[in-house]
Design a protein around this ligand. Structure first.
Ligand SMILES: Nc1ncnc2c1ncn2[C@@H]1O[C@H](COP(=O)(O)OP(=O)(O)OP(=O)(O)O)[C@@H](O)[C@H]1O
Ligand SMILES: [Mg+2]
Length: 320
């Protein structure tokens, strides 16, 4: 029976009261528990079911993100219960809506803070110049400048959630776009020992796009790939088309993305980099831009290792 429970895709376990007798891998994953760790069910989700049968609850651990759960409680032998839990489907469209709303909000906040930040930087630089060279206050002022500069970088990145109406669209060839963007950054330290492979469809139809925006999508994806591989590995570029779409794919041979993080990577500020390193905005900006172009972006882990990001854009039709 344990074997069956272990094999379940859903989080499942046998409990005596609130204490675990046995839990499967999916259960540990859902609540970020280490193997063999002790806990009681009320630390993990709320409310606990009173009676056998289906129930709904909210995940308490880990704290973020809050996840709505569906569950099933079944009596299992003497004094024991079998508990099975799964994520209550949020629905892909809802997630899209949420991402779009967050992106918009982020862009608006950036507008608001960009100017005052410029002022902070200006005045702290003036202050620095006016300080006597031996002043112990130099370290404080430099900290202000450093931190304000970091905020500025974030604000600048957020401004990329710009409005599409006031920008110019032009026909773009994705094959040359990929080549140009790779050329541009292939000398970066993070890509110097990365080998590129090309599988580009000849005569690929052009897409209608805002060039600087699409350039940014490609650059973000290339740099993420380089970072994921810590500067060593292969990067595979591919283009192609379906009946209604043109696509490009950027695939790396890095560690890939843990399955439980896949739903999070497009959210603004989600990053696994050490604090102070990444803004976590790269992919949410890509997502926003692709969406504004009427396209979509897909990610998957590939065998034997690596992640592949595929961006689909609408094929320009003759009626357009
Ligand atoms: N090619 C990849 N392979 C593995 N993980 C990736 C890859 N691309 C993105 N990720 C994961 O997605 C997270 C979010 O990426 P995103 O580009 O939005 O932010 P970031 O790269 O962390 O920060 P920034 O783009 O500001 O440098 C990364 O921190 C990383 O965990
Ligand atoms: Mg990034």
């Amino acid at each position: 029976m344990r074997k069956v429970i272990e094999g379940l895709k859903e989080a499942a376990g046998i409990f005596k009261g609130e204490r675990p007798v046995f839990i499967n891998r999916a259960f540990r994953k859902l609540f970020a528990l280490k193997e063999g760790s002790d806990f009681s069910l009320s630390e993990l989700f709320f409310p606990l079911p009173n009676d056998p049968g289906l129930f709904e609850a909210q995940r308490l651990k880990p704290l973020e993100p809050v996840i709505n759960l569906s569950g099933l409680l079944l009596p299992f032998g003497k004094d024991q219960n079998l508990v099975i839990l799964w994520e209550k489907e949020e629905g892909a469209w809802l997630r899209e809506e949420r991402l779009a709303a967050m992106g918009k909000l982020a862009g608006e906040i950036a507008h608001e803070i960009n100017n005052p930040l410029g002022g902070i930087l200006l005045y702290s630089n003036l202050l620095k110049e006016d300080l006597p060279p031996e002043s112990p206050l130099h370290t404080h002022v430099e900290k202000i400048i450093k931190l304000a500069t970091r905020c500025r970088i974030i604000a600048k990145a957020l401004l990329n959630f710009g409005r599409p109406e006031d920008v110019h669209k032009e026909p773009l060839n994705l094959n040359s776009l990929l080549k140009e963007m790779y050329e541009l950054v292939s000398d970066y330290r993070i890509l110097r020992r990365v080998k590129p492979y090309w599988q580009l469809q000849p005569d690929l139809p052009p897409v209608e796009a805002v060039r600087p925006q699409l350039e940014q999508v490609v650059l973000n994806l290339i740099i993420n790939a380089g970072e994921a591989m810590e500067g060593q590995g292969e990067i595979h570029f591919k283009t192609g088309q379906t009946e209604t779409e043109v696509f490009f794919e950027i695939r790396d041979t890095g560690p890939g993305i843990p399955e439980d993080l896949l739903p999070l990577i497009f959210e603004p500020f989600f990053t696994t980099k050490k604090s102070g390193k990444g803004t976590g905005l790269g992919l949410s900006i890509c997502h926003g831009i692709v969406r504004q172009h009427g396209g979509r972006i897909e990610v998957r882990n590939v065998k034997p290792q690596g992640a592949a990001f595929r961006v689909f854009l609408p094929l320009k039709t003759y009626e357009d």
